[in-house]
Design a protein around this ligand. Structure first.
Ligand code: HEM
Length: 233
C-alpha cells in the first residue's frame, strides 16, 4: 500500500502515535484500563472473606459471561501490550535525547518517578506471568483443584497457594511494587491529560496515594489472612 492510499484517520492516528504526546496518551489510556481492572479485581478478591461458596460462585459467574469475558480479556491483553510498547519506546526516545550519559547525574523528582516506573513495571510484568501460572492455569501451584462442575475451586486454590510462605511472600512484595507503580502511574496519567495545575497537585497526589494504599492493603490482607489461619474452612 502506498502512503497516499492509507486512509486519512489511520494516517493521522499513526502521526499522533509517532509524537511523544501520542505515546503518553496511549500510556494514560491503557494505564487507566489497567487501573480499572485492578480495582475491580480487588473487589472480587475481597469476596474471599465471604467464604468458599461466595468466592467460587463469583468465579463461576464471571466464567458464565462467556463471550463478554473473552472481549474483556482481549481488551486487557491489548492494553497491557500497548502500555509496555509505548513505555519502551518513550524510554528509548528519552535515552537518545539525553545529551551525554557522562554528565554529572543529579536526581530530580521527575527522574525519581520515571526510575520507579522503570523497575516496578518489569517486576509487575513477571508477577502477572507467575500469578497466571499460579492461580489461573495452575501450572505453578502445589495443589490446583477443580470443583465437580469443572470450574476451578478458586477458594481452595487461594488457600493452598498462600499456605506456602514463599508464594505468599512473593505476592506481598509484588503488591508493594504495585503500590509504587500505581502512585506514580496515576500521578503521570493526570499530568498527561493536562491536570498539572499547582492548585490540583496536592489533591492528585493524595488521591493517587490513597487509592494505591487501599489496593495494596486490600490485596496483601489475603495472603496474610491465610498465613495467620484467618479463613473459613
Ligand atoms: C493478593 C492479590 C491477588 C489475589 C488473591 C488474586 C487472585 C486471583 C485469582 C484467584 C484468579 C483466578 C480467578 C479464576 O480463575 O476464577 C486471578 C486471576 C487474575 N489476576 Fe489476580 N489476584 C491478586 C492480584 C492481582 C494483581 C495485582 C493483578 C494485576 C496487576 C492480577 C491480575 C490477574 C489477572 C490478569 C487474572 C486473569 C483474569 C482472567 O481470567 O481473565 N491479580 N487472580
Amino acid at each position: 500500500m502506498s502512503a497516499a492510499s492509507i486512509p486519512l484517520p489511520l494516517a493521522r492516528a499513526a502521526r499522533f502515535y509517532g509524537s511523544t504526546l501520542g505515546k503518553k496518551a496511549i500510556m494514560a489510556l491503557t494505564g487507566f484500563i489497567g487501573f480499572g481492572f485492578v480495582i475491580g479485581h480487588l473487589l472480587g478478591n475481597l469476596q474471599f472473606y465471604l467464604g468458599p461458596e461466595a468466592l467460587n460462585a463469583y468465579g463461576a459467574k464471571l466464567r458464565d459471561l462467556g463471550p463478554i469475558l473473552g472481549v474483556v480479556r482481549g481488551v486487557l491483553l491489548l492494553a497491557v501490550v500497548a502500555h509496555i510498547l509505548a513505555a519502551f519506546q518513550l524510554w528509548r526516545q528519552n535515552r537518545r535525547a539525553r545529551p551525554s550519559r557522562y554528565v554529572k547525574w543529579s536526581p530530580t523528582k521527575s527522574s525519581y518517578a520515571s526510575r520507579t516506573m522503570l523497575w516496578s513495571g518489569p517486576i509487575l510484568f513477571f508477577f502477572i506471568l507467575y500469578h497466571l501460572m499460579h492461580l489461573t492455569w495452575g501450572s505453578a501451584h502445589p495443589d490446583y483443584r477443580h470443583l465437580a462442575s469443572g470450574s476451578p475451586d478458586v477458594y481452595h486454590n487461594v488457600v493452598a497457594g498462600f499456605s506456602q510462605p514463599l508464594a505468599a511472600g512473593a505476592y506481598i512484595l509484588a503488591m508493594v511494587f504495585l503500590g509504587f507503580h500505581l502512585v506514580h502511574g496515576v500521578w503521570s496519567m493526570f499530568q498527561s491529560i493536562g491536570w498539572s495545575h499547582p492548585r490540583y497537585t496536592p489533591l492528585v497526589k493524595s488521591f493517587a496515594t490513597g487509592v494505591a494504599a487501599l489496593i495494596v492493603i486490600g490485596n496483601i490482607s489475603i495472603p496474610v489472612a491465610v498465613l495467620l489461619g484467618f479463613y473459613q474452612r
